[in-house]
Design a protein around this ligand. Structure first.
Ligand SMILES: [Fe+2]
Length: 342
């Protein structure tokens, strides 16, 4: 079905499409909410998707989780922000172990109704699955790990164009212009196909997956010539940040004394996943393994965790407590849909 257009007092006005996922009605469809920003800019902020007090509580829960490693980290003592006192967190703020993907705070955020609701609106279905992705723990002024250099990229295979994936994160602490975090190339999602036609012979930056494309300096210059600007997205505790996987992006480290904590949340229709992928996802859930942002468990992250150059004895395969899910939360694992297929 295409978007409906009517004429009011001689003016053409596009109406909210009645069905279909985002982009299925072109980029001139009008929804009157964050979806308009996604269409036009390739990113959006859903304000207050999580109540501020709850977002701050989730941040506190993450601090407690860090303190419970008993490595000496104390949220009230900035001198303890050091790799000797923390689990392994890389220079981009990614924590890729310790079953953090299945911790209480991670699952609680994934089950926040307005977070899920935003993705329901984008895909026009309640039958969604969610990624078992990571948490970003960005402390300011870290001198104990290497600097965070920009890595502008798309999380989508150039050979598979079109809107395929909406990425998201729930921001848990105040996040102003210099507090680090997501930076996006505004509007460049719409230039993606043209870009890759121009750069198809270019030598690509290496990646472990074809679903990642890194922009070279020439590529970045092309985007600049086309008038695209890089925008640091600002957010309050509880805001949901969304971006089209085609939108070039990376993250910045804080230049202030403000830390950044956020939980990645990415949902897609269960109908986009194959049976085999749902089986992989079931295994990942039952074994509390991490995935990347792809909710169809395209990639399961199961790497050894090194800390200070050695296998970290503090790594663990299970979260502190068994995963607590609502009925809806369980559907987000994909398992009930797999059982229906049996
Ligand atoms: Fe990314």
């Amino acid at each position: 079905m295409s978007s409906t257009t009517t004429s009011t007092a001689g003016m053409a006005t596009s109406l909210t499409p009645s069905s279909g996922r985002l982009f299925s009605h072109g980029i001139d469809a009008h929804y009157g909410d964050f979806r308009d920003d996604l269409l036009k800019n390739g990113y959006a902020v859903v304000k207050g998707a999580v109540a501020r007090e709850r977002a701050l509580q989730y941040a506190s829960d993450i601090y407690q989780w860090l303190e419970e490693f008993d490595l000496g980290f104390d949220r009230n003592d900035p001198t303890t922000i050091h790799k000797d006192h923390l689990p392994d967190i890389n220079e981009k703020g990614m924590c890729l172990g310790y079953a953090i993907s299945h911790e209480s705070f991670t699952w609680a955020v994934r089950q926040e109704p307005e977070v899920v609701r935003a993705f329901e609106k984008v895909y026009d279905t309640e039958d969604l699955i969610v990624s078992f992705d990571s948490v970003n723990i960005g402390f300011p002024n870290r001198k104990d790990i290497k600097p965070n250099s920009p890595w502008p990229h798309q999380d989508q295979d150039p050979a598979k164009p079109g809107f395929r994936c909406l990425q998201g994160l729930v921001n848990l602490l105040p996040n102003g212009p210099k507090d680090g975090g997501l930076i996006v190339c505004k509007g460049a999602h719409l230039l993606s196909e043209e870009f890759h036609e121009v750069f198809k012979e270019e030598e690509r930056i290496w990646s472990w997956t074809t679903e990642w494309y890194g922009f070279t300096e020439a590529g970045q210059a092309w985007l600049k010539e086309r008038g695209c600007e890089w925008v640091k997205v600002e957010a309050e505790p509880g805001d949901l940040l969304l971006w089209d996987s085609r939108t070039p992006h990376y993250n910045l480290s804080s230049e202030t004394s403000q830390s950044r904590l956020c939980i990645y949340t990415c949902f897609m229709p269960v109908s986009d996943a194959s049976r085999e992928q749902l089986e992989t996802k079931k295994m990942a859930f039952e074994e509390t393994k991490m995935t990347t942002h792809w909710p169809n468990a395209m990639h399961v992250v199961d790497l050894p965790v090194y800390r200070n150059g050695e296998i970290d004895p503090h790594n663990r395969s299970k979260p502190r407590f068994p995963v607590q899910l609502s009925e809806r939360g369980f559907k987000l694992t994909g398992i009930p849909y797999l059982e229906q297929m049996a």
